[in-house]
Design a protein around this ligand. Structure first.
Ligand SMILES: Nc1ncnc2c1ncn2[C@@H]1O[C@H](COP(=O)(O)OP(=O)(O)OP(=O)(O)O)[C@@H](O)[C@H]1O
Length: 369
């Protein structure tokens, strides 16, 4: 997303308590027109609660929320320019597909011929077969039903489409198809999508920006690559995929990066490390290196950072193979290599691995080494 796009959704310091429980502890988020933003975080962190404040199904205790410059607090859900798609299908079983899709317009008393035309547009947009129009939801597959639900949510031309895990009930293959559909839909209609998902791969694939939440707070908002390679802290690093966090001591930070010391871990670390968290200062820090950035070193080959590890487990992931290994001090190290018909290491092998200082990210925390 470009930085110049107008703000469509502006959430400021929203708080929501259920009794004594603080479900949202002062959440602020700004979303640009046309953006695809994914909300991720552990179960119970407040993703759905946040979506409900946007949709108007719940009212925040304090804070402000505007859509396209209009204050939304006090505006009922039906009057908001939003549409929500749920994980569990909310299609009306006793209505045909055509009536289901046209329902939001019927509520608004739009003329029948206009509804029929718009329903046909939606069928085309969602690449559903025209013969489905006369069927009932039970006569469609789960994936087809979810497309109908999407068609119904788009027919009223919302400014914001709110998606609450709409794909999580589908099988893996169908999910992949619908993920591609969602991306295509987003590109073709230019509507802003706010998408709650448990599936991090889905968030990385679909979203322009990912918003990571924990315990009612937003920890980080950023482009998928930034969240993945430059996480705000150890929680975000570990939540967004497998990673290695090695304890080091930062001995100095300047414009060129950080100098670190990690006696017993690296024999010949070349310094400084260029990519560091803005808040990094001298003291204990986490050195993060993602598993796919570690590479086995051939005999005599050197790298800026080198580690020796004993392979303890091997998991084939199809295109890649993940190796779980143990460093000399007993701490774990994960590395991941492209799959091949021959395995470069077996369980029990000691393997020398290298990575470059530009592959590392340093953020504060942890214990000194
Ligand atoms: N109406 C309610 N009354 C009381 N507590 C609620 C209510 N709605 C949500 N909560 C609590 O608020 C917290 C946040 O819930 P929410 O549904 O937003 O989580 P979530 O991040 O969407 O979780 P999940 O990923 O499991 O769907 C949970 O602990 C939940 O039990």
């Amino acid at each position: 997303m470009t930085g110049q796009a107008a703000t469509i959704l502006d959430i400021r310091d929203i708080r929501k308590n259920f009794g004594a429980y603080q479900a949202l502890k002062g959440v602020s988020l700004s979303v640009a027109q046309g953006e695809f933003i994914a909300l991720v975080g552990p179960s119970g962190c407040g993703k759905t609660t946040l979506l409900k404040q946007i949709a108007g199904f719940e009212t925040p205790d304090s804070g402000s929320l505007s859509i396209d410059g209009q204050d939304m607090l006090g505006v009922p859900a039906a009057a908001r320019p939003t549409s929500m798609v749920f994980q569990k299908l909310a299609l009306f079983p006793h209505m045909t597909v055509a009536d289901n899709i046209g329902f939001p317009l019927k509520l608004r008393k739009v003329a029948a011929d206009v509804i029929a035309r718009r329903v046909r547009d939606m069928i085309e947009l969602m690449q559903l077969k025209p013969e489905f129009l006369a069927r009932y939801p039970r006569q469609l597959s789960g994936g087809e039903q979810q497309r109908v639900a999407l068609a119904r949510s788009m027919i009223s031309e919302p400014k914001l489409l709110l998606l609450d895990e709409p794909l999580s009930a589908l099988d893996v293959k169908l999910k992949k198809v619908l993920q591609a559909e969602l991306k295509r839909l987003h590109r073709s209609v230019g509507v802003t999508f706010v998408h709650v998902t448990h599936d991090l791969e889905e968030a990385m694939m679909l979203a322009d920006r990912i918003c990571v939440m924990r315990a009612g707070e937003i920890l980080q908002v950023g482009q998928p690559n930034d969240i993945y390679y430059r996480p705000a802290d150890a929680f975000v690093a570990g939540f967004i995929g497998d990673t290695n966090l090695l304890p080091v001591t930062v001995t100095g930070v300047d414009g060129a990066g950080a100098a670190i010391s990690a006696p017993g871990l690296f024999d010949r670390a070349r310094l400084p490390v260029p990519l560091v968290a803005p808040s990094l200062a001298a003291g204990p820090a986490h050195l993060m290196v993602r598993p796919e950035l570690l590479a086995p070193l051939a005999a005599g080959q050197r790298a800026e950072f080198e580690l020796e590890a004993r392979v303890s487990e091997i998991f084939s992931k199809g295109g890649t193979v993940q190796y779980r290994s143990i460093l000399a001090d007993g701490s774990p190290l994960i590395f991941e290599l492209a799959g091949s018909s021959t395995q470069p290491a077996q369980i029990g092998d000691v393997i020398r691995l290298g990575f470059a200082n530009r592959d590392i990210y340093l953020f504060p925390g942890g214990q000194s080494r």
